[in-house]
Design a protein around this ligand. Sequence first.
Ligand SMILES: Nc1ncnc2c1ncn2[C@@H]1O[C@H](COP(=O)(O)OP(=O)(O)OP(=O)(O)O)[C@@H](O)[C@H]1O
Ligand SMILES: [Mg+2]
Length: 390
Amino acid sequence: MTLHWYFYSDTNARADEIETILTDKNQTLTSFYRLEDLLKQLESTPNAVLFLKAHATYNVYELCQEISFKYPHIYLIVISPENLENTKKAMQVGASDMLTFSSTDDEITEVVFQAQAYMKQRISREPSLQLMKENSRVIAVCSSKGGTGKTLLTVNLAAELARDGKEVAIVDANFQFGDVAMYVDIKPKNSIYEWVKEGVERGEYGIESYLSHHKSGVSILATPPRPEFFEIMTEDHLEIAMTELRKSYDVILIDAPTYISEIHLKSLALADEILLLTTSELPDLRNSKLYLDMMETLHFDEKVKVVLNRDSKYRTVEEKRMEVILQKPIFAVLPDQKQLAVTSINEGMPLVIKSARSPFAKGVQTLATKLMPPVEQPVKKLKRLALLSR
Ligand SMILES: Nc1ncnc2c1ncn2[C@@H]1O[C@H](COP(=O)(O)OP(=O)(O)OP(=O)(O)O)[C@@H](O)[C@H]1O
Ligand SMILES: [Mg+2]
């Protein structure tokens, strides 16, 4: 569950103590100084706790009432001067809890704890509140032929994005011979197969307990334990899985199956972006061009980004020439990492972790940044100043 923590005051009042307490709990506090920014944010956020600080320029109780009417899903905490009358007023206008200007760290911690516990319970009771994560992105990794490096790229890109602080999941869509779990040395207890049999077929779509977790922070929806089980898997299952995963993950990478099938096409349709891996060998370029033509027919061409894999100084076709053949720019280049790539697979450790300075890892880092440039935090880490006292 992702809970958003907001602070509003139309002065530059700082929320340092609240922020420090939340940071200790690995949570982030976002401050708003303009009411319209705050309201816009509340509209798109299903799970949020809002600290509203009283100030002379507006009536905090009226504001609290307005917000609780408009956004009943928001957990409101009013911060006001200490007196019993204010506590009563806050409760009457729909506040869930309250703090005073002189609340101690322990009191703030308790209020934060209560908010977390309440929101957790409410979300588990009302799954519809688990709306999709804002900006959650699905990226499909595909190629026109097998062995191009899809799985190697998928696990490395996932680990790199997780290192950047993103919540990342991989869906291994090779339902017959998928090997994502093996590439990171995980023996999955559950897979998409168990999720379909035990959950989806009974109308229960919760997917979290069917994922396997790697120490890099990446979660994996593994392929069925036996190749013949793939038969029960349909493209609708892939779609439901994606809807579920979008609720909790910032990025979902699909390691797409090599052969064009309903599942393959569904992976492309569900993706916001498609990474098409190719090498510089002529037959591969030719097939990649055919693949790109197919994308155009399916109206997916705008989503496609070409990634040149196994690049080396011995290649015979120049990058410019490749772009002419493909009629598409090359978005990123990953070098041939020779034996180190195989060693990383055998050890089950992505290169971005095992050898972060290797050329392949650096190529993946550049690709990750190009795909998801780091966003500036709206509130900088502030020095620990006296909070709330004015
Ligand atoms: N940049 C690279 N440098 C060195 N070796 C690479 C590189 N990319 C891929 N390989 C090697 O190529 C082989 C195939 O890679 P991978 O399994 O990732 O391909 P794939 O496209 O997922 O294959 P499949 O279609 O069978 O699923 C692996 O042995 C991998 O180590
Ligand atoms: Mg593969």
